[in-house]
Design a protein around this ligand. Structure first.
Ligand code: PEP
Ligand code: MG
Length: 582
C-alpha cells in the first residue's frame, strides 16, 4: 500500500475497558454492523428500492476503482474488483434481504447487515482457501453497500490482517463474529466498562477503550492506532516518539503479567492461610485453556448464549451437548456452572423481535420459560453433560421465587425424562439463581430457601438498581457501583444466603477488580468468578489480605456515604498490595 502522508497525531480520551497497550493499523468494522438503526417500516417496497440504489452506487464506485487500478497497475491487479462486482450479482444474498424486509417489516440496512454478517462468517469458516478469500471480498463489498445505504462515505478496510478494531459500538454478536487472531485491540465510540463487548475484550486479553467521542470521524484510511487500555486513550497517527513509548508500555505490561502469573502456589490461600476460590467466566470451550492456565478453581459462569450468538441462530440439543461436553471434559474435574440462555438485552439474535426497551424486555429466563422448544434442548444438553463431570445450573434474570420454581420444574422434568431413557443420571445438578434484578435481591431470602447457591450478577444489578444502561456511554459516569444502594444490596444478599446456609458467589465484572474482590469477600461473598485474564491480579491482592483486613475495608465502605470516597478506599486497598509487585 502507498505510504500515507504524515498527519499530526491526535489523542482522544475514552473509558479504559481492558488493560494493555496495542499498536496496529485501524480497521473500521463495517460501520453499520453496530450502528445500524433498527426500526419498523410500513413501505417495504421503498426499503428494497433503497437497496437497489445502494447497489447501483456501489457498482459505480467499484467500476471507477477497477479502472483506476487497471490504469496504474495493470489488469491483473484490477481483477480483484471483478470478484467484488460478482458479489453484487449474488442473487441469493439480495433476495434473502428483500424477503426478510417484506416479512419482518424492518428497515433494510438492519436486515442487510445481519444477512451479510452471516455470509461472511459462513464463508470464513470454510476450510477451502479460495472460499475463505470470498469472505474477504464479501466483507469489503457488503461494507461498501452498507456505507452507501446509510449515506456514509466509503472507507478503507483491510480484512484478514491483525488490526485495531474501530467501531461506533460493538454488539456482542459483532464481537463474537470477529476472528480473534485478527484483533489487536478495540476502540469504540459507544459502550461502557460492563458492555458485553468490553467483557469480550477482557476475555480475549486485548486492550480496549470505549466511549471515545468523535473516534470514527478522526480516523483516516491507513492510520496507525495506539489503544492504551490502561490510560483510556486512543492515539491516531502516532508520532515515532509515541510509538516507541507504546512499545515500551506493551513490554512492561507483558512483564508485569508474567510476574503476576508466577505468584501463588498450588492452592489459593490468603495471608492467614484461609482458602479463597477464584473461578473463571467463559463463553465456550475455547476459553478453557486460559482458565486452566490462570489456575481457576472451576467455571463460575458459562455464558451459554455465546454459542447462539456465534451461530446467530438456535442450536439444537446435539450441537449444544457437543460444546458443553467439551467444556466439562476440558475442565478436568473442576466444577462448571452453566448459566442457561441469557439472550435479549444487548445480546440479540438476528431474528429477534424489535423491542423498544430490550434490557427490560423479553430476555433470558423470561424467554426460556415461554419457549420450551428453546429451553428444553438446552436443559437436556446440560443434564447430559452433567454425567461427564461436576456441573451446576444457574438461571439468569430471576425476578422472584415463582420464576425460579418454574425453571426448576422444567429442569426436573427433563432430568426425569432423561433418567427414564437411561441418558443421564437421576441426580439433579446443583441449582442456583442469579441475583441481578433488584426485586430478586429484595426477596433473596425466599430465593435462597429454594436453591443450592446464589450468584450475584453485578453488571445487571447495578444497571437495574440505578436505572443506568450498562452499555450507554452517555450515562457511564452514573453507572457507579460505589453507590451506597449497591453496597447495601450486596450485603443484604450475602447475608440472606448465609442465613439459609447456602453459598453466594459474584460473577459480575466487579469480581475481577482486585479492590472490589477484597471488598466483596469482606461483605460476605463466598467465591468470585471473573474473566480468566483478571485472575492473576485478583489472586495477587487477595493473597496479601486476611479476613480482618477485608472486613475492615467492608466496614469503612459501609460507613461511607460518598461514592467518590468509597471508590478511593477500594482503589487504595488494592494499590497498597500491588505496590510490592515487580
Ligand atoms: C451480570 O449481569 O453481572 C452477569 C454476570 O451477566 P451478563 O454480564 O452476562 O449479563
Ligand atoms: Mg446479567
Amino acid at each position: 500500500m502507498e505510504a500515507a502522508p504524515a498527519r499530526p497525531e491526535r489523542v482522544l480520551r475514552g473509558i479504559a475497558a481492558a488493560p494493555g497497550v496495542a499498536v496496529g493499523p485501524g480497521y473500521l468494522l463495517l460501520k453499520g454492523l453496530a450502528k445500524v438503526p433498527k426500526y419498523a417500516v410500513a413501505d417495504a417496497a421503498a426499503e428494497i428500492a433503497r437497496l437497489g440504489a445502494a447497489l447501483e452506487e456501489t457498482r459505480r464506485q467499484i467500476g471507477v476503482l477497477r479502472d483506476e487500478v487497471a490504469r496504474a497497475m495493470g489488469p491483473g491487479e484490477a481483477a480483484i474488483f471483478d470478484a467484488h462486482l460478482l458479489v453484487l450479482e449474488d442473487a441469493a444474498l439480495m433476495d434473502e434481504v428483500a424477503a426478510q424486509v417484506r416479512r419482518r417489516k424492518v428497515n433494510v440496512e438492519h436486515v442487510f447487515s445481519r444477512v451479510a454478517n452471516r455470509y461472511i462468517r459462513d464463508f470464513g469458516r470454510i476450510g477451502d482457501d479460495y472460499l475463505r478469500e470470498r469472505a474477504t471480498d464479501i466483507r469489503d463489498v457488503t461494507g461498501r453497500i452498507l456505507d452507501n445505504l446509510m449515506g456514509n462515505s466509503p472507507r478503507a478496510r483491510r480484512a484478514g490482517e491483525p488490526a485495531v478494531i474501530l467501531a461506533a459500538d460493538l454488539a456482542p454478536s459483532d464481537a463474537a463474529a470477529l476472528p480473534s487472531e485478527e484483533v489487536l485491540g478495540f476502540a469504540t465510540e459507544g459502550g461502557n466498562r460492563t458492555s458485553h463487548s468490553a467483557i469480550m475484550a477482557r476475555a480475549l486479553e486485548v486492550p480496549a477503550v470505549v466511549g471515545v467521542k468523535g473516534l470514527l470521524k478522526a480516523v483516516a484510511p491507513g492510520d496507525q492506532i495506539v489503544v492504551d487500555g490502561d490510560a483510556g486513550a486512543v492515539v491516531i497517527a502516532p508520532s515515532p516518539a509515541t510509538l516507541e513509548r507504546a512499545r515500551v508500555a506493551a513490554e512492561e505490561h507483558a512483564r508485569r503479567r508474567a510476574a503476576l502469573l508466577a505468584d501463588g502456589g498450588a492452592a489459593d490461600n490468603d495471608a492467614a492461610g484461609a482458602p479463597f476460590a477464584l473461578q473463571a467466566n467463559i463463553g465456550g470451550p475455547e476459553d478453557l485453556p486460559d482458565a486452566l492456565a490462570m489456575r481457576a478453581s472451576g467455571v463460575g459462569l458459562y455464558r451459554t448464549e455465546n454459542l447462539y450468538l456465534r451461530l446467530d441462530g438456535w442450536p439444537d440439543e446435539a450441537a449444544q451437548f457437543a460444546e458443553y461436553a467439551a467444556v466439562v471434559r476440558a475442565a478436568q474435574g473442576s466444577p462448571v456452572t452453566f448459566r442457561t440462555l441469557d439472550i435479549g438485552g444487548d445480546k440479540q439474535l438476528g431474528e429477534a423481535q424489535v423491542e423498544a426497551n430490550p434490557f427490560m424486555g423479553f430476555r433470558a429466563l423470561r424467554l426460556c420459560l415461554e419457549r420450551p422448544e428453546v429451553f428444553r434442548p438446552q436443559l437436556r444438553a446440560i443434564l447430559r453433560a452433567a454425567a461427564l463431570g461436576p456441573v451446576s445450573v444457574m438461571f439468569p434474570m430471576v425476578s422472584g421465587v415463582e420464576e425460579l420454581r418454574r425453571a426448576k420444574a422444567a429442569l426436573a422434568a427433563e432430568a426425569a425424562a432423561l433418567a427414564a431413557s437411561g441418558e443421564a443420571p437421576a441426580a439433579l445438578p446443583r441449582v442456583g439463581a442469579m441475583i441481578e434484578i433488584p426485586s430478586a435481591s429484595v426477596v433473596a431470602d425466599a430465593i435462597a430457601a429454594e436453591c443450592d447457591f446464589l450468584s450475584v450478577g453485578t453488571n445487571d444489578l447495578v444497571q437495574y438498581l440505578l436505572a443506568v444502561d450498562r452499555g450507554n456511554d452517555r450515562v457511564a459516569s452514573l453507572y457507579d457501583p460505589c453507590h451506597p444502594a449497591v453496597i447495601l444490596t450486596l450485603r443484604h444478599v450475602f447475608a440472606a444466603a448465609a442465613n439459609r446456609g447456602i453459598p453466594c458467589g459474584v460473577c459480575g465484572e466487579l469480581a475481577g477488580d482486585p479492590g472490589w474482590a477484597a471488598l466483596l469477600l469482606g461483605l460476605g461473598a463466598d467465591s468470585l468468578s471473573m474473566s480468566a485474564p483478571a485472575i492473576p491480579e485478583v489472586r495477587y491482592v487477595l493473597r496479601r489480605t486476611d479476613r480482618q483486613g477485608r472486613e475492615s475495608l467492608a466496614g469503612a465502605v459501609l460507613a461511607s456515604a460518598d461514592p467518590a470516597a468509597t471508590a478511593a478506599l477500594i482503589r487504595d486497598f488494592a494499590a497498597a498490595r500491588l505496590r510490592a509487585r515487580a
